[in-house]
Write a protein of this length. Structure first.
Length: 150
């Protein structure tokens, strides 16, 4: 993937460089804005082709290996419960319920940790009278989630 990206950019940029070499110095200076715009367009096109875009809230830094294990246990116990005819009581039902509750509890803890971290960051920025830091933290927390990030 990296090789594809670099070769794509290389071909496009070589074209621009060859145009610069062929022309005289005055011609290159006259077309500097066009060259700049061409380079920017190539880089943006390369990023659109090769850099994955995710929703703003896609990355959950608090997700860890413990949550992976709890999720796997919850999914496995659910499959067993479903294969057993979805009993409403008994050891299979109890195991499923316990796995689901542990998994959901741990997710809530992670989300709470996330909220507390932002609250602390906002509080610290206010105490330090760091207006730019405060608003940067505010926007990162309260902006709409439908914006994309790289």
């Amino acid at each position: 993937m990296v090789h594809d990206h670099s070769s794509h950019l290389s071909v496009k940029l070589d074209d621009i460089l060859s145009r610069c070499r062929c022309g005289d110095a005055d011609g290159v200076c006259d077309n500097m804005d066009n060259l700049y715009q061409d380079i920017v367009n190539i880089l943006v096109a390369g990023a659109n082709l090769f850099v994955p875009v995710r929703r703003k809230c896609f990355f959950t830094f608090w997700w860890d290996e413990e949550l992976d294990i709890l999720k796997e246990a919850a999914v496995d116990s659910h499959r067993l419960w479903k294969a057993s005819g979805k009993p409403r009581y008994g050891p299979i039902f109890d195991k499923r319920q316990q796995a689901r509750l542990q998994y959901r509890k741990r997710i809530r803890q992670g989300k709470r940790f996330n909220d507390e971290m932002y609250t602390n960051e906002l509080h610290d920025a206010l105490l330090k009278k760091d207006g730019a830091g405060f608003w940067k933290c505010w926007r990162s927390k309260f902006q709409p989630a439908n914006k994309s990030v790289l």
